[in-house]
Design a protein around this ligand. Sequence first.
Ligand code: TPP
Length: 417
Amino acid sequence: MISHLGPQLGVADGIALGNLLKKNKKVTAVFSGDGGSSEGDFHESLNVAAVWQLPVIFIIENNGYGLSTPSNEQFRMKQFIDKGIGYGMEAVQIDGNNILETYSTIRKLAESIRENPRPVLLECLTFRMRGHEEASGTKYVPQHLFEEWGKKDPVNNFENFLLKEKVLDEAYISMDIVEMQFADFVTCGFNQIINNLAKTHYRWGQNVDVVVRMPTGAGVNAGPFHSQSNEAWFVHTPGLKVVYPAFPSDAKGLIISSIEDPNPVMFFEHKGLYRSITEEVSDEYYTTEIGKARLVREGNQVSIISYGLGVHWAIEYLNEHPEISADLIDLRTLLPWDKSAVLDSVKKTGRAIILHEDTITGGIGGEIAAEIAEHAFEFLDAPLIRSASLDSPVPMNLELEWNFLPKRDSENNSRRF
Ligand SMILES: Cc1ncc(C[n+]2csc(CCOP(=O)(O)OP(=O)(O)O)c2C)c(N)n1
């Protein structure tokens, strides 16, 4: 549909005519509200579809109101299926709130129309529990209708049906912990995350209680489709939170916080850390605040700002170089990130290295460097340094992979460190 009511009906006829002429055995389904049916397009489209026997299912969502206008002020027939006889068209009425009835009716009609091309008017009886859109409200609808139709909520009723049939259980329903097998594969769900999860709360105030676990990162010889660091894609998307722990205790506290958070959280877990880093973790239920960095080491010559595996590279390097006195900041959350922790540290040390595994161009290091340059420029004694992966797909060859990662900077004895 476009916003203008009606024009999609004629387009459906055109598509159906093309399929009919090419003998494609395809059916076109097109939707209109009951209010939209008062447009002239409705009559023209149903009439020509009947005359030319076009394979179209005209689905009318009959909810009793065209915006705030009740049906009896729009038409005098009792129900939409009564129009079928006037057009010379088969017409079927169903309970549009019954998911299975809707599915099986449309399926049967589609099968039959493929064999015997013709238009069918399908009237789905339903209701809107909200206004037509946000501005108009629902004052024109008597309260008892909400009570009656509330009992027919298709989602609740279908959920109860699935529980009764033991297809679902309560534990499954309350699950909201999604796990990508590899963070790389998130590309297949990009639209859902960027345009649905991230924007729903902004659009109509509905929480979207989802945590997406993202096993990420390179250094495991898994090539360009199983090793990417793609956190920056999400850091650039308002409406998401992006969490990236580097230690087991933080992983526990942050995953609990993420689950408790009523809106979407992208939870990055570095695959290289899974079995390589150990730590005593309390059995207690505890949370770690999202958006707060952790000062892992304290020093005064330089601030190293990192997250994920980068934190462990920095620890390793500082252990090998006890002569360097550094603040090591583990960001732990990338959106929102802890600006004051970073700025306070840089104001103290006067130098900053931002270290991350993601490729350098467009990585979050650029954002952090810009923030420091804007708000702590006068405290700096040296240029800001970003140490990050090369702008290349993650190489398959292990030696090339290590050369691609920023760890090369420390091993090559310190162009950066
Ligand atoms: C051509 C055209 N005229 C007028 C409108 C304004 N308009 C928007 S929604 C609406 C009523 C639609 O009623 P219905 O199809 O029953 O949808 P519902 O109110 O049930 O959501 C009208 C008249 C429009 N979008 N397009």
